[in-house]
Design a protein around this ligand. Sequence first.
Ligand code: RP5
Length: 173
Amino acid sequence: MSARVSVMMGSDSDLSIMVEACSILDQLGIENETVIVSAHRTPHRAVEFAQGAADRGIEVIIAGAGGAAHLPGVIAALTDLPVIGVPVRGSSLDGLDSLLSIVQMPRGIPVATVGIDNARNAGLLAARIIGVADAEVRARVSAYRTELEAGVISKADELAEKGPFRYLKDHAK
Ligand code: RP5
């Protein structure tokens, strides 16, 4: 099956963060592709990928970049597909530069922005968007949420039973 979500990033240095999006998409059974495309270093490739995405069957684009993080905005300007931006924490400014670069889009060209380095949420948001028209994906997203809830409740029960000190001791790394 061809990819439904394109996970794009400006550099291979973003990959260790962006792979979290691929991981949750795989878990939810959503075909995805991973591509390096830079708004600044490979602008022609960025145009080609953005303009060809819908015809290739892509339904949602996730774009991660750090620093002067223009990739998600440039991609959003070149396609009608929904674009989710992941601000990647760079070596300086703690990712605030990436966050502001991605979130402050001009009216008319939206990019849905997740938290700094939170590629997992980008994958989950892509799944929710696809789930609007795909009941199977929606059911898997719902099961994931139920699993999360059960995990927290089990921790809460354990904490109630053991108290804070034993709980921390048992969970010490
Ligand atoms: C951005 O510049 C990339 O998205 C990356 O986060 C940042 C640094 O890239 P490298 O110099 O590590 O290739 O375009």
